[in-house]
Design a protein. Structure first.
Length: 376
């Protein structure tokens, strides 16, 4: 949803009328625009949602996009890292957006909202007010307040006859929904940094943080006085399906199995000097990972990275081994591994399957340093 090129496109294609105060006529067509996910980049792997407004009298065709931010904002990167960056509502012509998706090889579809004139005006007035400089900025939340959920909220609040009917869906956790869109090393990295709040169940309404699910759930369940809220989808470009990217054969599982085999060879075959070199590197990496997890937990406003149980095995305490070879650090590390392995199915956090070889590697090195493995 946070496609940087798309953000530049939208930000720098403002037409002259959108730089000033917006005022729509009473001859409108309002629709949901959904862009397909891209398998090429993390920032576009979840797709994109925008709100399209055609004003026939003024000959305007505009897209309202809640997924943009100001690169010139003070302390931009620090605010982004700490979850304190304000995103904003921007407005651009629809045609450049369609051309961009065509060039990317990603489908872009349009679905008209089935509203009467008074309902159209209610939504239009909201957008006019929301686009005012004092109102257009908001604190972004990937799961609860993003380019898709903002559109959902507009119609829940501004269409009097809005309701959900027969809203029974297969339930997933937020983490499981991310798993539908990312795989390989991206999925591995997300499971490292996201804490167990991400394992909360996402019901029908919460699922609409993803553009595909916004489109699907509004189409299937959203009603306006008992009638469908959205019309059928119509293409805005000539792309039917987004091409898939070949999977990287060097998967996280393969890499972690290789790590475990190296740790096993070191544990049972290497001399003490080689063991110490391996442990210095391995435990330092684990400790740094744990330190990053703690920072994301306590040093940022990202609720999704709090309560991360991966610190049980990627313990920041391993960094203390840089100063002295304390045995109790290895004991704590071993206990953390045991807790995760025994609690694999009932701990509140879902762990990536490729963590198992890492855990076994940690266990071997801790057991060896505690002299609990057979010595040569």
């Amino acid at each position: 949803m946070k496609n940087i090129l798309l953000l530049f496109l939208l930000f720098f294609t403002f037409t002259s009328h959108t730089q000033n105060e917006l005022r729509f006529s009473d001859s409108l067509r309002i629709s949901l625009v959904t862009g397909a996910p891209s398998p090429h980049n993390l920032y576009s792997q979840f797709g994109h949602s925008a709100l399209r407004v055609i004003d026939y009298k003024q000959q305007l065709d505009l897209c309202f996009n809640y997924g943009t931010f100001d690169f010139d904002a003070p302390n931009f990167y620090l605010k982004f890292l700490r979850g304190q960056l304000n995103y904003m509502l921007s407005v651009s012509s629809t045609a450049p957006l369609a051309r961009y998706y065509q060039k990317e090889g990603r489908s872009l579809v349009d679905q008209e909202f089935l509203l009467d004139k008074s309902e159209q005006q209610a939504v239009a007035v909201f957008l006019e007010e929301n686009y005012q400089p004092k109102n257009r900025f908001y604190l972004y939340d990937f799961f609860h307040d993003n380019c898709a959920t903002r559109i959902r909220d507009i119609f829940e609040k501004n269409v009097e006859g809005f309701s959900y009917e027969n809203a029974e869906v297969e339930t997933y956790t937020f983490r499981q929904m991310l798993d539908l869109y990312v795989s390989g090393w991206t999925n591995f990295g997300m499971d490292l940094i996201l804490g167990y709040p991400t394992d909360q169940e996402a019901g029908m309404r919460a699922q609409m943080f993803l553009p595909d699910y916004l489109m699907t759930n509004l189409t299937q369940f959203a009603k306006n006085d008992g009638r469908s809220l959205l019309d059928v989808a119509r293409p805005l470009n000539n792309v039917q399906e987004t091409a898939e990217v070949k999977t990287n054969p060097f998967s996280p599982m393969l890499a972690m199995i290789l790590l475990f085999l190296i740790a096993a060879a070191v544990s049972f075959l290497a001399k003490e000097k080689a063991k110490k070199i391996f442990d210095r590197i391995f435990m330092t990496i684990l400790g740094l990972m744990g330190l990053i997890m703690l920072f994301m937990w306590f040093g940022t406003d990202h609720w999704t990275t709090t309560k991360n149980l991966n610190v049980l095995w990627a313990s920041p305490l391993f960094l203390l081994l840089l100063f002295k070879d304390w045995k109790f650090i290895y004991l704590i590390g071993l206990l953390g591994v045991v807790v995760v392995l025994l609690g694999w199915t009932f701990l509140p956090q879902q762990f990536h399957i490729a963590f198992i070889p890492i855990l076994l590697a940690i266990a071997l090195r801790c057991l060896d340093n505690l002299s609990w493995l057979p010595r040569k």
